[in-house]
Design a protein around this ligand. Structure first.
Ligand SMILES: Nc1ncnc2c1ncn2[C@@H]1O[C@H](COP(=O)(O)OP(=O)(O)O)[C@@H](O)[C@H]1O
Ligand SMILES: N[C@@H](CC(=O)OP(=O)(O)O)C(=O)O
Length: 449
């Protein structure tokens, strides 16, 4: 049995949904289908999820947003007409959204989650009704009915372990199941969504729950490439990756697959195959527990922007018990998470997604670090990008860091920070945002050209 997830680009239009149908129909083992909300039809287009967010914001601010509501409904109408479905399904969708938007807004986070989730929920209903119109025994399955239980964290929920036992029952259903991605319910019955791109996570959880043989993730590229194709021209295709490599790459910026989506499939030992809806015969990229060794040290180069760093130095920091804990406690007091903490003898840098938007908050944090930890120096830097070079082969090959730093120096990129910490499969470089593209291109040239 396979679980197949089709992303926003695969559901963006009637033509795309026909491709989804043909792919599912061509393989009787594709039994559980996860769909996203309709995504972009062309690069300047807007995803339905983004239309819905605007819509919810309008309703929260002004109590109405007819233009935004119409924009969403017209996307579904266009798809339904293209699939030659009766107007009934559009009525179901438009009524559902109207009732949602005019319903309870007393908890804005809950309201936002429910409106966002309606993108996938209504699309799953639409896709199920198209499959039925083609004579396939298919049914829409609500995450509530299936027992997909999540933690109560709006917009960033996590799966609760009891979900897996609940989801097992989907295995025995005779129909093709069309399951909306991106959301589930708390044990108390409130709807919550994953973080953006979270339909990948739904697919992985379902694959683990039903103990699928394979989790297929259909998108709009033939494979995962060795670098972001929007940064490097025609990057090499990657045919196989280990779970650890993909986890690092997706965390560090390969937006093709959500970085939290590997864990459920990985723990259940289920391989993942990333494939192209527009070219389903291409083999795609396989993600497996262990891949055959090659002599290539680096398999991929990922990058992401929007980081800040807090550099703290204090003479004899190494002798002081609890310094790191107290530093992180100060950030925790302000509700900030951190990503990395490279450190030296007398200094430590905390790298975080830039949550320091408010200068007043930043000053308060710096003051507390100086006063409470008696730090000699505290320097905050904004506008950083992190670049990660990843490969299982790095462990066994000498000189990878030297090659990377030399390539960056040649491209006149100043390295703000290097972290070759605990992960044995990656090295991270912090650079200024303005240097990000140049740095990725230089590293790609070094390791792939
Ligand atoms: N290293 C990479 N390999 C492949 N695609 C990448 C990579 N980095 C970024 N992408 C982008 O990810 C896109 C697919 O992800 P996404 O738009 O979320 O698809 P979907 O709509 O299927 O969820 C590709 O079109 C590509 O532009
Ligand atoms: N539609 C949601 C969830 C998702 O996974 O979408 P996509 O498959 O288009 O990345 C989002 O845009 O965040």
């Amino acid at each position: 049995m396979k679980v197949a997830k089709f992303g926003g680009t695969s559901c963006a239009s009637a033509d795309q949904i026909r491709k989804v149908f043909n792919i599912v129909n061509s393989d009787p083992t594709r039994r559980i289908i996860v769909v996203s909300a309709p995504g972009k039809r062309f690069s300047e287009d807007t995803k339905v999820t983004d239309l819905l967010i605007r819509c919810a914001e309008q309703y929260l601010a002004n109590g109405e947003g007819t233009k935004e509501y119409e924009a969403v409904v017209s996307r579904y109408r266009e798809i339904a007409e293209g699939l030659e479905l009766s107007g009934e399904i559009v009525d179901v969708i438009s009524t559902d959204l109207w009732e949602l938007l005019n319903g309870d807004k007393s908890n804005p986070n809950r309201f936002m989650d429910a409106v966002k989730a309606s993108g996938e929920d209504n699309n799953a209903k639409l896709v199920a009704s198209f499959f039925q119109s083609q004579g396939v025994a298919a049914r829409y399955m609500s995450p509530k009915e299936a027992g997909l239980l999540l933690s109560d964290e709006s917009g960033k929920a996590q799966v609760l372990p009891e979900s897996y036992e609940n989801l097992k029952a989907l295995r025995d259903l005779p129909e093709v199941i069309i399951f909306p991605g991106f959301f589930g319910y708390t044990p108390e019955g409130a709807l919550v969504t994953f973080s953006r791109g979270g339909s990948d996570i739904t697919g992985s959880i379902l694959a683990a729950g039903v103990q699928a043989d394979l989790y297929e993730n259909f998108t709009d590229v033939d494979s995962v490439f060795a670098a972001n194709p929007n940064i490097v021209y025609q990057p090499q295709e990657i045919s196989i990756l280990s779970y650890r490599e993909m986890r690092e790459l997706s965390y560090a910026g390969f937006s093709v697959f959500h970085d939290e989506a590997l864990i459920p499939a990985f723990r259940a030992g289920i391989p993942v195959n990333i494939k192209n809806t527009n070219n389903p015969s291409a083999p795609g990229t396989k993600i497996v527990f262990e891949r055959p060794k090659t002599d290539q040290p680096v398999v991929g180069i990922a990058s992401d922007s929007g980081f800040a760093s807090i550099y703290v130095s204090k003479f004899l920091m190494n002798r002081e018990i609890g310094f790191g804990r107290r530093l992180l406690q100060i950030l925790e007091d302000f509700g900030f998470s951190y990503e990395h903490t490279p450190s030296g003898i007398d200094d430590i840098t905390v790298i975080m997604h830039d949550q320091l938007k408010d200068k007043e908050v930043e000053n308060k944090i710096v003051k507390r670090i100086k006063e409470e930890l008696c730090a000699d120096d505290v320097v905050v830097q904004h506008g950083l990008s992190m670049i990660m070079i990843v490969g299982e082969g790095m462990r066994h090959s000498v000189g990878t860091t030297a090659r990377a730093t030399k390539a960056l120096a040649k491209a006149e990129v100043n390295i703000e920070m290097i972290n070759q910490g605990s992960s044995e499969v990656s090295i991270m470089f912090g650079v200024k945002k303005v240097d990000e593209i140049k740095a990725v291109q230089a590293l790609y040239d070094e390791f792939f050209n």
